[in-house]
Design a protein around this ligand. Structure first.
Ligand SMILES: C[S@@+](CC[C@H](N)C(=O)[O-])C[C@H]1O[C@@H](n2cnc3c(N)ncnc32)[C@H](O)[C@@H]1O
Length: 280
């Protein structure tokens, strides 16, 4: 949710300059989601997420509406008759990129890749590869356009082993990527379940981006939202680390996060933060 709103904001800002750019999604998923399908019925969490935003956004303050506009415009465009479809990251990018821009999407699993191809349709700007996005990433960088954004959004599947592995892979991929293309904008998604784990990860990631990529410390930001108290062994929320966010994105997130937090909180202990992801 924060991820998709932030992604749409970043792409909107990249669109402010005419030079072409490239969007790279290492873990693309299926493209768009049917909120009335079996999968959504089995995991109806979207009702407490985008469902609440959909119902409440017209009453939001103007600065919040401005911040959410690039994301909500896409949701509105696919839901004329009520909220039934939700755009994933590839769909958001496909809708927002211009004729001269390019999309590179990786998805490891075949059934998801089939759905992704279907969702993207015939579009000469889009190239989809069924492969490991962590391994593929260095070969995409730097992109020929020398402008753009990389989204790294692994599943962090159930089970501590997988979760730890995704953190490790993300750090490895970040180091390779930022050495090849330090000027790129990067967005790293991670779940919030254990704050110490997130803090340790952010510190390591920030050190790497700053030391290996030469990125200025104030250009490495963490944006987080949690809907319940952290530390009860349950997933409490999620957030992103953004490096080299386009100008203006941080201000929009600062406007939207408190409103989203108030709207989505599930009991005491909900919170948000937008801060420099401080290095070790
Ligand atoms: C969280 S979902 C991606 C959601 C998508 N980025 C979005 O915002 O709509 C993670 C996806 O990564 C895929 N996946 C898992 N391991 C992968 C890997 N090593 N490389 C590429 N894709 C992978 C999963 O099949 C799943 O579709």
């Amino acid at each position: 949710m924060v991820k998709h709103a932030a992604l749409a904001l970043c792409l909107d800002r990249l669109n402010a300059k005419p030079a072409p750019y490239r969007y790279i999604d290492t873990h693309a998923g299926i493209g768009a989601y049917d909120l009335e399908g079996d999968e959504a019925e089995r995991s109806p969490e979207w009702k407490d997420g985008v469902g609440r935003v959909w119902d409440a956004e017209r009453g939001a303050p103007q600065d919040v509406r401005n911040a959410l506009a690039p994301w909500l415009n896409i949701i509105r465009s696919m839901n004329a008759g009520g909220l039934k479809h939700y755009p994933g990251s590839p769909f958001i990018a496909q809708r927002m990129l211009r004729e001269t821009d390019a999309l590179r999407l990786c998805e490891l699993h075949e059934p998801s890749t089939v759905l992704l191809r279907d969702a993207m349709g015939r579009d000469k700007r889009v190239k989809i590869e069924q492969r490991d996005g962590f391994e593929a990433l260095p070969a995409y960088l730097p992109p020929p356009e020398r402008r753009g954004l990389v989204l790294i959004d692994p599943p962090f599947e159930v089970g501590t082993a997988t979760r730890k592995a995704d953190f490790d892979w993300m750090l490895k991929a970040a180091r390779a990527a930022v050495k090849r293309w330090p000027q790129g904008a990067y967005m790293f998604w991670r779940p919030i379940k254990d704050l110490d784990q997130v803090a340790a990860f952010d510190a390591e990631l920030a050190s790497m981006l700053i030391e290996d990529g030469g990125i200025e410390p104030e250009k490495v930001l963490a944006a987080d939202l949690w809907v319940r108290a952290i530390g009860e062994g349950k997933l409490a929320g999620a957030g992103i680390v953004i490096a080299n966010a386009p100008f203006g994105v941080a201000d929009h997130l600062r406007a939207a996060l408190p409103w989203l937090c108030e709207l989505m909180k599930q009991g005491d202990g909900a919170g948000w933060r937008l801060q420099a992801a401080s290095a070790h």
